[in-house]
Write a protein that binds this ligand. Structure first.
Ligand SMILES: *Cc1c(COP(=O)(O)O)cnc(C)c1O
Length: 355
């Protein structure tokens, strides 16, 4: 048995895999595979509508917000956000907390002025900057709720005097957030929502249509909202599997229940990292992510051996990102706490071997 700690695409529940596999063979007694149905059939339109309802229910999305399913990953949102919101000669504010935030900044600079209000780049993004001001003359403030690569998370969001945009790719549906505090939320699906290929965007309708740039149709939020995520062929299968996964989450009790499970998993692993003399965490304790846990060894020469030791015992996907090194254990919603206990046991066994 494998324990998948991969950072994304990542583990999804076994029952979701089974239902998805069945639908590939025959979808709901239609005599057809989910891979060959037209997205214009009433049955499939209902899949998109149901996925949207699940998003709205699970996240308590208030009235006045649209929910759309797009393509191009979170990375296309780095461009779509400024294309739609940042007019020529206007300024946007960005918080620089990692590689993804940096990529978002790079794209925004193509369309207007960017004020980086805070950055932890000099310290290799090991903490979340906190004392910064968001300029009132900027048109929006952009932050990244969870820094997948460096293992830091915004446990509190700033009170922004201007519309707040957030890349929630790696912690959406993992913890409770107040959607009303944000004006635009986006997330690539492949870390907690479903398979790769679909991107969730939740946007407050009143922030759109305020700039006079000509926007290509596929980059225009309004076009996708009007088309109800079907302006062109949507990623049919990715949305379908996302629906199955969100149903699984709802049946479990929703975000408040999974949040407690995620906290228990994170506490168990951080406790071992802090206790075990061979390992140490890489981030400021108060900013530690509950989704992606980064750690290294006191003696880096042992890292290769530990990686093999863990892999031989069924652990998958814990090699750290090249910009941090060491290890990263990603603990998305579907990872059971039993897998975390297995990893903790392996760390203890390894420490005894090297005592
Ligand atoms: C994975 C990730 C991205 C990139 O997502 P793509 O869907 O591959 O474009 C962006 N932001 C964050 C926070 C991520 O974790």
């Amino acid at each position: 048995m494998k324990h998948n700690f991969g950072a994304g695409p990542c583990i999804l529940p076994q029952e979701v895999f089974k239902q998805a596999a069945q639908a590939v063979l025959e979808w709901d007694q239609t005599g057809l595979s989910i891979l060959e149905v037209s997205h214009r059939t009433p049955e499939y339109e209902e899949v998109v509508a149901e996925t949207e309802r699940l998003v709205r229910t699970l996240l308590n999305v208030p009235a006045g917000y649209s929910v759309v399913f797009l393509q191009g990953g979170a990375s296309l949102q780095f461009s779509m956000v400024p294309v739609n919101l940042l007019g020529d000669g206007q300024k946007a504010a960005y918080l620089d907390t990692g590689v993804w935030a940096n990529k978002a900044i790079k794209e925004a600079k193509l369309f207007g002025e960017v004020a980086v209000v805070g950055s932890s780049k000099e310290q290799n993004y090991t903490f979340i900057p906190k004392d910064y001001d968001i300029p009132k003359d900027a048109v929006y403030f952009h932050c990244t709720s969870n820094n997948t690569i460096y293992g830091t998370e915004l446990h509190a969001f700033p009170k922004s005097p201007i519309p707040m945009v957030c890349d929630m790719s790696s912690d959406i549906f993992s913890r409770q957030v107040n959607v009303a505090d944000f004006d635009l939320i986006y997330a690539g699906a492949q870390k907690n929502m479903g398979p790769a290929g679909v991107t969730l965007v939740i946007v407050k309708d009143e922030i759109l249509g305020k700039i006079d740039r000509k926007i290509p149709s596929m980059l225009d939020y309004k076009i996708h909202i009007e088309g109800q995520s079907m302006y062109n062929t949507p990623p049919v299968f990715s949305i379908y599997v996302s629906m199955l996964n969100l149903k699984w989450l709802k049946a479990k009790g929703g975000v408040p229940v999974i949040e407690q499970e995620n906290l228990a998993k994170a506490r168990a692993l951080y406790a071992e990292i802090d206790r075990n003399p061979l390992f140490k965490g890489t981030c400021a304790v108060e900013d530690r992510s509950n989704m992606n846990i980064c750690f290294v060894m006191e003696n880096p020469e042992l890292e290769k051996e530990f990686l093999k030791f863990a892999e031989d015992r069924g652990i998958v996907g814990i090699k750290g990102h090249r910009s941090v090194g060491g290890f990263r254990a990603s603990m998305y919603n579907a990872l059971p706490i039993s897998s975390v206990h297995v990893l903790v046991d392996i760390m203890q066994e390894f420490a005894e071997k090297h005592a």
